[in-house]
Design a binder for this molecule. Structure first.
Ligand code: HEM
Length: 355
């Protein structure tokens, strides 16, 4: 496989997180074993960046400045709102898990489909759409109708990782944009926060991703915040017996209860990595080892007692470079889930609308 160079970012953005709170929650998060419309790119090839017809050099003649434009918008957006790096990284994930990496997540409502922004995992939760709009507007000025919204999401996810102190990687490009979105695909294919380890493995496998990808990509939770509603069950009634999750470390449990009361407070937020929420590092895994994973889906990577994920949490906690290397590889794999290429789809002029 072509060179897989890891360039470690030379700087880290240090700034205080604005502790904004948003609205609503995902109370009835549906496990979505169904398959509803999304189709979510079942069985993708595995193994490295050379697949799906994408190429790192895709814009080297048509828009060589694309990445620089994106990184400059990211720098200013992240300096205004340090959480933005996390939000943009998550957008690419929520795009790729629903009909593949085709920017379906960016489409607003249309007469023939409902926006994925209204799905249970996305509503009042996904952020960063205005930053993508700004990037798209600048790219349309520099290279009209050339850089797809799906590639913008992939490039913004990489740029956000690098600007937060994480790894860099060679990113295959050439994705095109879908002409439709899938609300049911979004509800059914994005794993919920109270997932068991078996559920997580199943959701990832549906995208052609394995247990290594699951653990390394979960490491994205080294950045960003989650709302009380996504972890409340762990504090008050994890197993239907009105008891907290026994895997929660005691002092962390008490701290979380202060942020997330039994009634109300659903939109209060807590960092996914309490030690360093705006720095991309491996503390997420160290915290899991000490019972301080925020979501059930974080802690079960260890407590789920499945050999490989358990061992990987320990390995990544021990070895930052190993985590960075695997994260980069798995991001490329996730970015290759069912892209539209050739004459499929289109290059949208406005990421919110089909042309
Ligand atoms: C393994 C299954 C996963 C589950 C169950 C999960 C669940 C969640 C939940 C519930 C939140 C908080 C949302 C809210 O409160 O509104 C969140 C935030 C986040 N997720 Fe995940 N996630 C998973 C995998 C991933 C992956 C693969 C990535 C990226 C590669 C990712 C990146 C993020 C980031 C960066 C945030 C913080 C976003 C922000 O602060 O705006 N997650 N995730």
């Amino acid at each position: 496989m072509a060179s897989f160079k890891l360039l470690y970012a030379s700087f880290t953005l240090l700034a205080l997180l604005s502790s904004s709170s948003f609205t609503l929650g995902y109370p009835g998060f549906n496990f979505g074993w169904g398959h509803g419309g999304g189709g979510g790119g079942v069985s993708r090839p595995i193994g490295g960046p050379r697949f799906s017809g994408l190429s790192p050099a895709f814009y080297s003649h048509s828009c060589p400045q694309a990445n620089d434009i994106i990184v400059s918008v990211l720098k200013s957006a992240i300096s205004k709102d340090p959480r933005m790096a996390a939000s943009l990284l998550r957008l690419h994930f929520h795009d790729c898990f629903v009909q593949g990496c085709d920017a379906s997540v960016l489409l607003d409502d249309h007469p023939t489909f409902v926006s994925e922004k209204k799905s249970v995992p996305n509503k009042n939760s996904l952020r960063g759409f205005e930053v993508i709009d700004e990037i798209k507007a600048k790219l349309e000025q520099a290279c009209p109708e050339t850089v797809s919204c799906a590639d913008i999401l992939a490039l913004a996810a990489r740029g956000s990782t690098v600007l937060s102190g994480g790894p860099n990687w060679e990113l295959p490009l050439g994705r095109r944009d879908s002409k439709k979105a899938s609300l049911s695909g979004s509800n059914n294919n994005i794993p919920p926060p109270n997932s068991t380890i078996q559920n997580l493995v199943t959701f990832f496998r549906r995208q052609g991703l394995n247990e290594v990808d699951l653990v390394s990509l979960s490491g994205a939770h080294t950045l960003g915040m989650a709302r009380c509603t996504t972890f409340k069950q762990r504090l008050y009634n994890q197993n239907g017996n009105n008891q907290p999750d026994s895997t929660l470390e005691r002092s962390y449990y008490h701290d979380l209860k202060a942020v997330c009361p039994k009634t109300g407070g659903d939109n209060n937020v807590s960092p996914l990595d309490l030690a360093s929420p705006v720095t991309f590092d491996n503390t997420y895994f160290k915290l899991i080892l000490s019972g301080k994973g925020l979501l059930t889906s974080d802690q079960v990577l260890l407590s789920g007692n499945v050999g490989k994920p358990m061992q990987l949490v320990k390995d990544f906690a021990d070895d930052r470079a190993l985590f960075f290397n695997h994260f980069a590889r798995s991001m490329v794999k996730m970015g290759n889930v069912h892209p539209l290429t050739g004459n499929k789809g289109e290059v949208r002029k406005n990421c919110r609308r089909v042309n």
